[in-house]
Design a binder for this molecule. Structure first.
Ligand code: MF3
Ligand code: CO
Ligand code: CO
Length: 338
């Protein structure tokens, strides 16, 4: 814990979010003082809770890169229920964006190692997006300050890259989204840092398979709630929790559009899949509870019990006969054929 120096409530918080101290870590620091320096949390015994690091200044984007409407305002325009069925030209552009997103992920993944900070990973991805002619979709999207999300250990999603060096045994999700040719392509993977424990490896394997179980049921005419039904059937008997507060989403000209894609069974998700729909499947699976809490930075979601969480994400296209994954590695065969 950081104590010993005085910060006034209206000063900037020590953690680097740029928020006022009173809106960020002051409450937590006060509690820690009352408890003799211990932050009272539901951190499991033997686990070291993640601490936020410093967030570096926002990175610049080269002038020749075409910027989305929210680049300066932070607010995306357009309605999330329009233009859900993509035509041939839009599908071509989705393919390109999704292939580029995959390339950025592969480049960034190679840099993951103990001692590397998540901010360094952000810098690598930030450059890679632009080398491919694209804009880092996350950057200033609703004010998000970085170009990728890096979610370490108990972080479920939307972790902000910062000065914390990755440690041997960590797991980190890299969530990459590019805006290229007017389309967003979105994918993520959880990566091992050095040597990880068996339980973390099992969590990652189950989460990856959960994503595939959700994608496998897709074809025209299927209701979107079938994804969550399939994921639940696979995951719950193993004793894991399925995150409910964050869902997959339609994607295209907008980063987030209809439909919402729950990864648990929600019978009210009645949206019916049609050829030309593009959306993500991105389950977040937890070693313990499904429930989450939020850090004071307005983004980072952690498991309520601080046990680990993993996530994998693909962008998919509903075809005339089934589903096509748009974010597979170059040359990889589609897992499901029709
Ligand atoms: N890529 C994330 C998703 O899968 C969204 C990140 S939004 C951000 O939906 F603003 F945090 F970048
Ligand atoms: Co994503
Ligand atoms: Co997504």
């Amino acid at each position: 814990m950081r104590t010993g120096h005085k910060i006034a409530p209206n000063d900037l918080c020590w953690c680097g979010t740029g928020k006022k101290y009173k809106k960020c870590h002051q409450g937590r620091d006060l509690l820690a003082q009352l408890n003799g320096g211990q932050v009272p949390s539901r951190t499991p015994v033997g686990f070291k809770a993640l601490e936020p690091g410093r967030v570096s200044p926002m990175r610049q984007v080269q002038t020749q890169i075409v910027k989305p409407d929210y680049f300066s305002t932070g607010k995306p325009q357009g309605s999330r229920d329009q233009g859900l069925i993509k035509n041939a030209d839009q599908i071509q552009r989705m393919r390109r964006a999704c292939r580029a997103a995959r390339e950025v992920l592969e480049i960034t993944k190679r840099a993951v190692a103990p001692g590397v900070t998540t901010d360094q990973l952000d810098a690598i991805a930030h450059q890679a997006y632009q080398d491919l002619g694209g804009y880092p979709s996350c950057l200033n999207y609703h004010g998000f300050p970085k170009s990728i999300c890096t979610s370490v250990n108990e972080v479920i999603c939307h972790g902000i890259p910062d000065s914390r060096p990755l440690e041997d045994g960590d797991i980190v999700n890299l969530d990459i989204t590019i805006w290229l040719d007017g389309m967003h392509g979105d994918l993520s993977e959880t990566v091992a840092v050095g040597t990880i424990d068996q339980a973390s490896a099992a969590l990652m394997q189950v989460t990856h398979q959960a994503m595939l179980e959700g994608i496998k049921v897709l074809r025209p005419g299927v209701r979107i709630c079938e994804i969550g039904r399939a994921i639940e059937a696979y995951v719950l008997p193993k004793g894991y929790g399925i995150t409910r507060a964050f869902v997959g989403h339609g994607i295209g000209e907008l980063f987030h559009m209809d439909p919402q894609v729950p990864h648990y069974f929600d019978p009210s998700a009645t949206f019916i899949c049609r050829p030309g729909h593009t959306f993500t499947v991105e389950p977040m699976i937890n070693q313990g509870t499904w429930d989450h809490q939020s850090w004071g930075d307005g983004w980072t979601a952690v498991t309520a019990d601080r046990k680990r969480s993993a996530q994998y994400e693909h962008t998919v296209l509903i075809t005339d006969s089934g589903v096509e994954i748009l974010t597979l590695p170059d040359g990889a065969a589609q897992p499901f054929t029709y």
